[in-house]
Design a protein around this ligand. Sequence first.
Ligand code: G1P
Length: 297
Amino acid sequence: MKHKVTKAVFPVAGMGTRFLPATKSVPKEIMTLVDRPLIQYAIDEARAAGITEFIFVTSRGKSALEDYFDHAPELEASLRAKGKTALLDTLQATNMDSGAIAYVRQHQALGLGHAVWCARHLIGDEPFAVLLPDDVIAAEKPCLQQMVEAYSETGGSMVAAMEVAPEKASAYGVLDVHPAIRSVLPVRGMVEKPAPGTAPSNLAVIGRYILSPDVMRHLDTIDPGAGGEIQLTDAIAAQISQTNNVYGYRFDGQRFDCGSKAGFLQATVAFGLARPDLRDELGDYLTDMVALRQAAE
Ligand code: G1P
């Protein structure tokens, strides 16, 4: 069985309505966390995990994303002429080799499962990763790399998992697993956005997946699920009933929900504080803010 994972799908077709009006003309994935767009965090994580082929599932109005990963000859020439080598190096990380990145369009917003299915011809018969750029994960070893290592032992399909408060479970895909204090957990079932009080556990799916290619076949045939959408969770659940070879991976790291405003702000603070050039100034400011708030109470 072939275990090496070299392709990754990035579903980036969403309209980002939670961030209107900013997302009226700027794709959500281009919104900036400190000084890098959200999508760059996902791409860097994929690269660290050995991904060499990047497949974006886009929609209308996302051309800024394509430009972002293109070379910028005028800008590069001007920085070179001024001897700004550090900035040139920073730009380097945004350049993709010709042919390494491919774009497919999702013509209708029919759900995450449908978005992944749109990449089926580019995936072919290989296992592949899926990264949801809204989920930003700060970790010493990048989350997908942790998963690729675990996956080389298990094969099958694997989803990132994290404990959430029981009252939050209905916002996620939730795993049915034997409770155990291990990082790799065989999954017995999965349910997308369970009704409050019905979740099989408090282990939620976070937006990192390694999937065996037969998931595409299931995506082709499953009925719409939660919210009337074609759900990736349902297709993985169908894999469980056929192969019994799906794993949850409890990753080491802190996940930020950058699909929400509060999560985005928290990530901005956390990533800002992690930066040597910003740590002191930002830290002092936050300390002052907390003191002011306490004084006002
Ligand atoms: C998607 C998935 C869900 C998963 C979540 C993680 O939901 O459908 O299973 O738990 O991402 O962020 P969404 O947040 O797009 O509603």
